[in-house]
Design a protein around this ligand. Sequence first.
Ligand code: F6P
Length: 408
Amino acid sequence: MEHIEGYIGLCVCFLGLPASGKTFSAGKLSRYFSWMSVKTEVYSSETYLETEYENSDFTVPRHTVEQVNLIFNDLEAFYKNGGHVTILDFNECHKELRRSIVNAAEKRNILIMFVEIVCTDQKFIEENITDICTNSPSYKHIPLDVAKEKLREVIKSYRQDYAPLTEAEDCTFVRIIDFCNEVIVHNIKNYWQSRIVYYLSNLRIKRRSIWLSRHGESEFNVQGRIGGNSGLSTQGEKYASLLPEYVSKFVIGSKGLTVWTSSMKRTIQTASHLDYQKLEWKALDELDAGIFDGFTYDYIEEKYPHEAQKRSYDKFHYRYRGGESYMDVVRRLEPIIMELERQGDVFIICHQAILRCIYGYYHNFSLEELPFLNVPLHTILKLTPTTFETLEERLSIPVSAVSTQRGK
Ligand code: F6P
């Protein structure tokens, strides 16, 4: 991330009532930044309150100026250690709090941007209350009904002095109302802030899933060769022909499903029996192996031991001569991720390296881990992002295939 002139770093400060979808959006934004190689950290203001929600003499916790300063001391330390972006998650939203945040940021030369999340959908709020009370570190050890009661008390109290952001306040902000039905943007100052607005206004906060699969086993997979544009093997064909039956079982209720493939023969053939709307993306093509396209790993190791060594030393950054690195792939997948966040039900059929990057984004794997993630052939993955994690189900289709997974 390029340096933000005059500031030690950027702080994106989320404001809004609990259960409005704020923590989900904050988590997603952090994942997006980390995946784009921007050193990012989420700070939940709640952890600074140290409230014992299980105590019977529980009082609704409030943020003080001192606490805000403590949080900003930690933010400052993070930037001084090479961090770029911090994401602050506040459950309150009133003017005094904003003033103390702006003051604390100004004192330390931190560029601040507010994101206010507003939700009026009662069904969504109720679902979120259950999710928070079951999974959040503050509530999960308390019986569910007691936790829900306390959280509702907190929401009621914070609602009393809730003050929405207005243009009268001289700050940068985006207000996102009811899952982006309305988005108000004010005083954006630089490239990264506009990326944030773009990302957040594309984000689907309501629960949805995406499905991922590699193409069926290809002729090159059987021969142990990388890259190329070969067709499916006999086993790959079997997988493709069984896919409609399994997709209709596993992708239940997805009438509006869209199937995305790369522009390569093997993914198009894999999707050929599926009777859904289809979209071909060049950006989903497999990692380009450059001059090694069509070679086997053994051949590369034998003829180009130095290259093989360089790749095993730093697989994420290694760029094939005339081709790509995993880092290049992440860059080219950014528009795919943006579009994916905007879309409804999508089934992506593409390639090993590409799926590792997409899968890694949803599960928040470190960039160094991406090139080693296990995405086997003939398996459908269903990913469902929730506030605290991405849920995963795997369905292996009983058609044998070679393994292309290689250890570190
Ligand atoms: O082996 C199948 C394949 O899709 C190749 O085309 C591609 O080069 C490779 O996987 C990527 O995996 P890795 O990064 O582990 O070499």
